[in-house]
Design a protein. Structure first.
Length: 397
């Protein structure tokens, strides 16, 4: 007698929606741009001050918007208080719920301290801009440099906690071999810095700064971040092909027969190599040709943002399409509503609104390393110079 046994495996809905991608992307931009602002604001390197101004603008706006995406990903945003009512020291999410609010407050206070001298200088401005400057500056007393440094160091320490918990809360999931690897947290950080340098390159262009010094500094950091990401990705791959057991080997086995995953890996690898090569080419050109070439640095910035965002999409969304209780893959189509395209566009729209409001009412271009309004020159600051840092043909005479 012939008989057949059918095994049925239920299909579960995905746990994380595109809101999670938005949160991981924005919080990575936040902590990476904080570190890019630190050389000038915290450690006193004046040559980095123009870069720090753009980095601090990017840091504050992404820090304000990232928690919104995180709350949306909870599906029931008002239940966030459960993290505090039922704290769990063994949960990275629970630990992150304690670190994140402190980090957000730290970034806000750091930005206020850096912008306060400029706000004091604009107290007499007419209209709503002057009202906001008077309200935010909280008096005319000088801003102690030591206080700015102390808050900056504390916020940098908290940012390392953000790096750790955002990587660990994914890497600790044993049910997903593509997540359960020690190489994932370093890749999150490295691609975060790639995207952050790209964002500053884009802001340098669209904000009208067009500083070659900023471009040069960001391209150097981007080159280093690409190198670190390449080493991490290569080490993960070698670990997988040379081991018969372990999470990396299991991860590679789970996608071995997927043409879609092979094309994703090929696209990611080629994009990373192309970005690294283009940055290296720009940095090694003769000094006389660099100003003209740096005009196109913002294009590399867009590619870098694509790398940072797509890496998180692949890790957080595409990995969830791999069936855990049966063979094969599940199809995921991005919905048009708030849990899909609308949520993605809306998050970036919220960030754009935040950056436009700050640009409209806060003199962020005059951010300083402490001090008072008397330190702000009457003309547009940024000494570093029109002659030395502005793109275009070198000045003569």
């Amino acid at each position: 007698m012939n008989s057949a046994i059918e095994l049925l495996a239920p299909r579960y809905d995905i746990a994380w929606y595109p809101w999670a991608v938005q949160y991981f992307f924005l919080i990575a931009l936040s902590y990476a741009t904080l570190w890019l602002a630190a050389p000038a604001l915290v450690f006193g390197k004046k040559a980095w001050l123009p870069t720090a101004r753009l980095a601090l603008l990017a840091c504050l706006t992404t820090t304000l918007v990232a928690p919104v995406a995180l709350l949306a990903d909870l599906h029931q945003p008002l239940r966030f208080w459960h993290f505090y009512a039922y704290a769990n020291s063994h949960s990275w999410m629970s630990i992150g719920s304690l670190i994140l609010p402190l980090y957000v407050v730290g970034v806000i206070v750091l930005a206020w301290l850096a912008w306060r001298p400029a706000l004091q200088a604009h107290r007499q401005a007419p209209g709503i801009a002057g009202f906001i400057a008077r309200w935010l500056s909280l008096g005319n007393s000088p801003t102690p440099r030591a206080l700015l440094v102390l808050v900056g160091l504390g916020t940098l320490a908290l940012s390392t906690g953000i790096m750790l918990y955002t990587g660990a809360e994914v890497a600790i999931v044993k049910a997903r071999p593509l997540w359960h690897t020690l190489w994932l947290p370093p890749m999150f950080v490295a691609t975060g810095f790639i995207a952050a340098t790209g964002l500053i390159l884009v802001l340098n262009r669209v904000a009208g700064e067009r500083s070659t010094a900023i471009n040069r500094q960001m391209l150097k950091v981007m080159l280093g971040a690409c190198l670190v990401a390449g080493i991490a990705a290569g080490s993960w791959f070698l670990d997988g092909i040379n081991a018969n057991v372990g999470s990396v080997a299991a991860a590679m086995e789970s996608v071995r027969d997927s043409a879609e995953w092979r094309s994703t890996a090929l696209w990611g690898g080629l994009t990373g190599v192309a970005l690294f090569g283009a940055v290296l080419y720009l940095l090694t050109r003769p000094a006389a040709r660099r100003p003209a070439l740096y005009t196109w640095a913002w294009v590399l910035g867009l590619v870098a943002l694509h790398v940072g965002w797509m890496f998180r999409w692949v890790v957080l969304m595409d990995v969830q399409t791999i069936a855990r209780n049966s063979a094969g893959f599940h199809h995921y189509g991005i919905p048009a509503g708030s849990s899909g395209i609308l949520g993605i566009v809306g998050t970036f729209g919220l960030w754009l609104a935040a950056i436009l409001l700050i640009d409209l009412f806060v003199p962020w271009r005059q951010a300083r390393q402490g001090g008072s309004a008397a330190d702000i020159p009457p003309a547009q600051p940024d000494a570093q110079s029109a002659a030395e840092t502005t793109e275009g043909a070198p000045g003569h005479g």
